[in-house]
Every structure is written in C-alpha cells, then in structure tokens.
Design a protein around this ligand. Structure first.
Ligand code: GLA
Ligand code: ZN
Length: 613
C-alpha cells in the first residue's frame, strides 16, 4: 500500500493539528503559515473525541468537515485520527468501569488523558464504533491520506490490573497453555507454593509481599501488549470496512524509556510504521540514543521507509526542567532521522496551545507567533526537506546488524536478576554508539528477521532466546558471518527457565565457552581487562567466570583475546574468539567495556569481517 500522498512523493512534513483549540479565524492563518513552512500533512483529531461525539452516539462532524475541506483547499494531506485516544467525560461518567487500575488497585481517574482499560468491553465498543463512524464519514474525502488509530498505545494506561484485565488474562493464558499443567510448568509454580489448581485462581501480578513470579510478570507483559494490539486491530478493521484503500498506522514510541509494547509483533498489522521520538538533551548520549531509535524503527519497518510522526521543535514539558533547544538542533535531528530511513517528519504540534497540560511544550508556531526564530527555523526545515525529494523511497544499507528483542528485554528486566542496575538497552546502545563513532551503520533488527545478508552480527544481552533464533545466529556464523555475542545472552528459554550445564546455554557450542558463575559489578565498580589490542581497558556492570573447555565441544577451540587483570577473576578470559570452519568467527564478550575498549574490539571484529570502518 502506498503512502505517497502523505509524503507528496518527496519527504513529508507536518505535525499534529488541533484546530478545536482555536477560534475559526485562526485556522485561516494556520493554513497560510503551513504553506509558508512547506507543510505537506497534518495529523488531525487525535484528542477530539469529546468534540466529535458529544453524547453517546451523537456526532458533531461539522467543524471537522470544515477543517478537512480547508486543509484540502490548501493542498495539505490529512493523517486522520480515529479520535479514540481519550474518552470524553460523558463516557467515563456513565461507565466508570472503563477506568484503568494500577498495581496497588487504585483507580486512575479521568482528568488527564488515556484513562481507559485495555480490556474494557464498553471502551472497546465505543472506540470501535467511533472509528467506524469516522471512516464512514471521511473515507472518500480528498484530504484523507492516512488513518491514525488512537495514539501512542500504552503511553499512560499500561499495565492495568483491574478485574476485567484479570479475566482477559485468564482467557489469554488458556489460549497460550491449553491446560493448567502447562501453565504451572511454564511459570515454575513448584517454587514458593504457587501451584494453581483452577484458572480462576490466577490474578494479574498485583502488588505482592516480595519478589513476584518472573514468568507470571513476563506473561502479563506479553498479554498487555497483545490486549492493546487486539484493540488496535478492532479499530483498524472498523476503518478498513469503509476505507479499504487508505493506509493505516498508529504511532509507536521507540524512545529508550518506553518498553510496554512488542513493536515487532505490532508492525505486522500496520501498513506503514510510524514512531514518535523526543530527544532529551540532558540524558547521557542523546544523539546516539536518537540514532539507535531510528535504526531500531527502521528494523521494525523491515527496512522500508518510515514516518517520524512526532518530535519537538524545542522544549518538551514533561521533565522537571525543560531546556529549549539551540536553534539548528531540530534541523540536525530531523535530517539524522531522514538519513536513517524516515521519509516523513512530523512534530507535536503545529500551534503551541495557550491552555491545558501542554501549553509549555514547544510547537511549530510558538506562543510568540510566526515572527519568531523558531518559526523561521521551521520554515527553513520545510524548505530543506522539500529539496530532498530524490531520496524519498531510498533504503539504508548496512553490513552490521544488532539483534533486539522486546521479549528478551522484558525477561532480562524482570524481578530479582543478577544485576538489576543493568538495563537491557545498555549493551546494544553501547555497541551502537561505538559503531556510530566509527561511521559504521547498523540495522537494529529482531532475531527472527533474515540475518543472511549481514557480515557482522552483534547479539547483545539476548537473555531469553527462542531455539530457532539461536539456530539462526549459529547458521549465519557457519555461513561465514562474524558474530559477537555478549554476556547475559542465551541464558534462558522463552519461559525464563535457565538452560542448564553452564552459561550461556543457547550459545555455548557456537562460542566454545562455558561460564560457571556470574560476577556482576556494583554501580560505579569497574574491573581491569587487557584490551583486545595492547591498551588496557575496564569492564563495568558485569563480569563472569569464563572457561574454554578443551574436551566437551566439537571443532576448533576458542582463543582468549583479553583477560581480567584484577578482582576475583584475574587471569581468566574476558573476551574470546573462535574461528569456525566455514570462515565465520564467534566472539564472546563477558563484560561491558569502556567506550574506547569497545571501539577497539569492534574495530577488530569489523576488520576481520572485511567491513570498512
Ligand atoms: C506524545 C503525544 C503527544 C504529546 C507529546 C508531547 O508524543 O503523542 O500528544 O503529548 O507526547 O511530547
Ligand atoms: Zn483493566
């Protein structure tokens, strides 16, 4: 399905447009300014439910008709929201059971946004009905270019722990496991007297006395993501019925701190992948984080061009202190996203609100109005993007892939792990940063994707792994790829049951190493290692007791490339390298090295694989 109408055959440019916040005469100025800024599209109606459906089943479309017509007259394409992101007060007043409930059993009340439970039948019915009504009304409108289902699923209302979610969870478990024996086995309920004898006994993982059952928690994360996906699909189906030819999307959030949804599963159900990304300059390595996010979303999109649905022209409003961006940063950040595969660049939002929760969030037209440095920058960006037409539809080529799996992330960040201070993303981001500093492009891809075209595969903290994915990595190495596996990969199966006989169970054979015990490091603690070359380096977060068994494994032995030089593991291997018969190489990295050491290591890996760096 083509998205040509959103990007106008070039690079699309625009943002969220909320005309209901403004008197009608402002709209005329808006479209004139949009023309000046080179805007090609807007996202309309995201939070408009209470203005469209003013009472149960009562619709007031006139203002939206007017906005659609006006935008069309000015040649601006519309990414039309189903308007279901936030139910109106009349709905939650009549049906308080739509409200979500937190881990402590507290209701999340209306008064902000997205106050709905992912498994509320009432909410689902009303949302799907509105989506259908929107599609019926606007399917043939000439401004319509794309459908935008809801908004940033799970941003505020996941997980919900209410009784409706509990019942839906039991249904999901029944489908997944069939019977209680399989569930008891998967959850390891022999531990701590947790054996279930009736599915009705199963609850969401609500606030417990101490450490909850990790597989219970993991399954709840899977279930929660699937619940929202089902809702998304129901709305999309209602839209599709009236509007079969218009592409459908929903905006993902590939920012570091957001981990509620398994977007690799979701991506199969959108016609075009779109994401929101807010760079936070006060975080460590902000530009590297942006680059990682863009390479990840490109992987989620299967390499196809994708849409940057939202970012900000300047400050956000959701940190304690919200610094403005230097002029020029937005240009650079936008172009970085385009260089990494975006073919459309959007902002939240077009005109900065004068009231409400986001009045101090920057926008394309700031409070100061169009006579402002910020709006001039917005115009400059529109002009630049307008001149980049010929790169629309192009694809990024990479020799290197970094594997990324949300399911492994959820499991690795589950309760009571060897080092809870180690975030799943720490290692893939460090690797990506090191590659980026050498000018090496990496795809960040799911382990289930086609790995055959890559000369180098990095497997960072793939804690749980499906057997087929471990086999695919081994097959790539056997076919000549150079593979670097890091610590805490291949440790457990998808139920989070440890693979026995020495870590890392799923990759032990491939790597030719065996680990008997983890030695995680305290926050701030480092351990000295010899570098891969001559320079000495350090490791942080993790270390472990690596041996290179001489008898139990088939084929060539792994060689020791670097060793620990202090601490309890002094003299033991820190990095190993095993040459495989087919020309492939299997590297193992047992700690998280400092940036310089990691750069040196990757330089060796890349050089060996013949990837220019
Ligand atoms: C999200 C939402 C927008 C807005 C921005 C603010 O991305 O989708 O509606 O709240 O955050 O940064
Ligand atoms: Zn719920």
């Amino acid at each position: 399905m083509s998205v040509a109408r959103i990007n106008g055959g070039g690079i699309g440019y625009g943002g969220d447009y909320n005309p209901e916040q403004w008197p009608r005469q402002v709209w005329d100025e808006d479209v004139d300014l949009m023309a000046r800024a080179g805007v090609t599209f807007v996202t309309l109606g995201v939070f408009s439910w209470s203005w469209i459906e003013t009472a149960d089943g009562v619709y007031e479309f006139d203002w939206l008709d007017d906005a659609m017509d006006l935008l069309h007259e000015h040649g601006i394409a519309v990414d039309l929201a189903t308007a279901t992101a936030t139910p109106p007060p009349w709905l939650s007043h009549a049906h308080p059971e739509v409200l979500p409930v937190d881990v402590e059993g507290r209701t999340r009340w209306p008064g902000s946004r997205q106050a709905w439970c992912p498994n509320s039948p009432v909410f689902a019915a009303k949302a799907v009905r509105l989506a259908g009504e929107m599609a019926r009304r606007y399917a043939d409108h000439p401004a319509l270019a794309m459908w935008h289902i809801s908004n940033e699923y799970a941003c505020h209302n996941l997980p919900c722990y209410c009784d409706r979610c509990a019942a839906a969870f039991r249904r999901w478990l029944h489908e997944r496991y069939g019977g209680l024996d399989a569930l008891n086995d998967a959850w390891g309920t022999a531990f701590w007297s947790q054996r279930y004898t009736d599915l009705e006994q199963v609850l969401p993982p609500r606030l417990t006395t101490t450490i909850p059952n990790p597989t219970h928690v993991l399954d709840y994360r899977r279930f929660s993501s699937d619940s929202l996906l089902a809702l998304y699909r129901a709305e999309a189906a209602a839209v599709r019925e009236h509007s079969p030819d218009i592409p459908i999307t929903t905006n993902f959030m590939t920012m570091r701190h957001f981990d509620h949804l398994d977007y690799h599963r979701w991506a199969q159900h959108v016609d075009v992948v779109s994401t929101d990304h807010y760079i936070v300059n006060t975080w460590p390595h902000p530009r590297a984080e942006l680059a990682f996010s863009a390479d990840l979303v490109r992987g989620i999109a299967g390499g196809a061009p994708w849409i940057l649905m939202e970012h900000s022209t300047s400050a956000v409003n959701w940190q304690p202190t919200n610094p403005a961006k230097a002029l020029g940063q937005t240009l650079r950040d936008s172009l970085a996203q385009v260089a990494r595969g975006a073919d459309t660049v959007g902002f939240f939002q077009w005109r900065q609100s004068r009231a409400g929760a986001e009045k101090y969030h920057s926008a394309m037209v700031p409070h100061a109005g169009p006579d402002s440095a910020r709006f001039r920058e917005v115009c400059e960006l529109g002009d630049l993007l307008g001149r980049l037409k010929e790169i629309a539809g192009s694809r990024v080529a990479a020799d290197v892939a970094i594997l990324f799996d949300t399911q492994a992330r959820w499991a690795a960040e589950g309760p009571a792990m060897p080092n809870s201070a180690l975030a799943y993303l720490d290692t893939p981001e460090a690797v990506h940063r090191a590659l980026r500093s050498r000018g090496v492009t990496a795809d960040v891809v799911h382990p289930g994707s086609d790995l055959s075209g890559y000369r180098v595969l990095i497997v960072p903290t793939l804690y749980t792994v499906q057997p087929a994915h471990a086999e695919a990595v081994a097959a790539a190495a056997a076919a000549g790829a150079h593979v670097l596996v890091t610590f805490f990969s291949g440790i457990a199966d998808p139920d989070d049951h440890v693979l026995l006989g020495g870590y890392p169970g799923a990759f032990r054979e491939l790597l030719g190493v065996r680990v008997e015990e983890f030695f995680p490091l305290l926050p701030g603690e480092t351990v000295a290692v010899t570098g891969p070359g001559d320079a000495a380096g350090t490791g942080r977060s993790w270390s472990e007791d690596v041996t290179v068994p001489r008898d139990s494994l088939d084929g060539p032995l792994a060689g020791v490339v670097a060793t620990y030089t202090d601490g309890p593991l002094a003299g033991r291997p820190a990095i190993t390298r095993r040459e495989l018969p087919g020309g492939g190489v299997a590297w193992y990295l047992s700690t998280l090295p400092d940036d310089a050491t990691l750069r040196d290591l990757l330089a060796e890996v890349l050089a060996g694989a013949g990837v220019p760096a």
